[in-house]
Write a protein that binds this ligand. Structure first.
Ligand code: C2E
Ligand code: MG
Ligand code: MG
Ligand code: MG
Length: 280
């Protein structure tokens, strides 16, 4: 006999799995059409300079407005795009769109605004990627120095030698490289001295409970010292409170990003937010 509870939870588990599989297939099928049907858009989240408290950069965060399923987060559909190879097309679209948008804003009252674009390990592995970056810059008219590409530590761990070669080429092109989610990747730190990297973005998990007396304080402080010693700028992700901003500023963090400043916004929202930007 199967226990009542055990039996039920087994059934639920199976049903959930089926639902999940169906949903995945659904997503995979409709993702192919999402680009053509104009369902993808980019939200922009500000990154501010802790010293001047001015807007420095915005991170381009991909969104998918699905006609039936509603807003699907990138953490759901990016992995599917990676598995199916659609990430190349989608990634190139994001790159072009974001560069064009930032160039427009530069011409419209934000002359030194930079943009930070997330790049998947799969894109980096593709030989065409360097040409895509060049094309996106030419197409938009954006200067390379205003573009940051965000790579994760795990992206560099995979496919090591190809990736290193690609990063060198990107460096020669004049674009900047940020290490995203820094501190969560278990990788060796030696790449930091050998590669053209400009920013470290401290992962949100270290900022969440960040206080003077928390273990995270020691970690964040150590990343700061090491990063600055290597000539890198430090960005803290996921800053949600004034206290976090104050403490991060005090210990010399260069830039912050997070809900305390603002959530990711639609382009027109971002523009008007900047018009009325308050002092943080
Ligand atoms: P990420 O690059 O680390 O982006 C930061 C994530 O943290 C974003 O989630 C952002 O909305 C969220 N966030 C920002 N500030 C706060 C805060 O104060 N508190 C909390 N709780 N969260 C905050 P989002 O937009 O859902 O993106 C998730 C991930 O999806 C990104 O993490 C990135 O890895 C990936 N992603 C987004 N857009 C793209 C893209 O165009 N290409 C690729 N390859 N990946 C992307
Ligand atoms: Mg990022
Ligand atoms: Mg991040
Ligand atoms: Mg993150």
């Amino acid at each position: 006999y199967v226990k009542q509870q055990g039996g039920n939870s087994l059934i639920f588990y199976t049903e959930d799995m089926n639902k999940e599989t169906v949903r995945r297939l659904e997503i995979e099928g409709s993702l192919r059409k999402a680009l053509e049907k104009d369902e993808l858009f980019i939200a922009y989240q500000p990154i501010i300079n802790t010293q001047s408290r001015e807007l420095s950069t915005c991170e381009a965060l991909l969104r998918w407005n699905h006609p039936e399923l509603g807003l699907i987060p990138p953490t759901t559909f990016i992995p599917i795009a990676e598995e199916t190879g659609m990430i190349h097309e989608i990634g190139y679209w994001v790159l072009k769109k974001a560069c064009k948008q930032i160039k427009e804003w530069q011409n419209d009252g934000m002359p030194h605004l930079c943009v930070s674009v997330n790049v998947s390990a799969h894109q980096l592995q593709n030989n065409r990627f360097i040409d895509e970056v060049k094309s996106a810059l030419e197409y938009s008219g954006l200067e390379a120095r205003y573009l940051y590409l965000e790579l994760t530590e795990s992206a560099m761990l995979k496919y090591a030698s190809d990736t290193i070669e690609m990063m060198r080429k990107l460096g020669e092109l004049g674009v900047n490289i940020s290490i995203d989610d820094f501190g969560t990747g278990y990788s060796s730190l030696s790449y930091l001295k050998n590669l053209p990297i400009h920013h470290l973005k401290i992962d949100r998990s270290f900022i969440q409970c960040f206080r003077m007396d928390s273990p995270d304080f020691a970690i964040v402080n150590a990343i700061m010292t090491m990063g600055h010693g290597l000539g890198l700028n430090i960005v803290a992700e996921g800053v949600e409170t004034k206290d976090q901003l104050t403490l991060l500023t005090k210990i010399g963090c260069d830039f912050v990003q997070g809900y305390y400043v603002e959530k990711p916004m639609q382009p027109d929202q971002f523009y008007s937010w900047h018009q009325n930007m308050k002092v943080y």
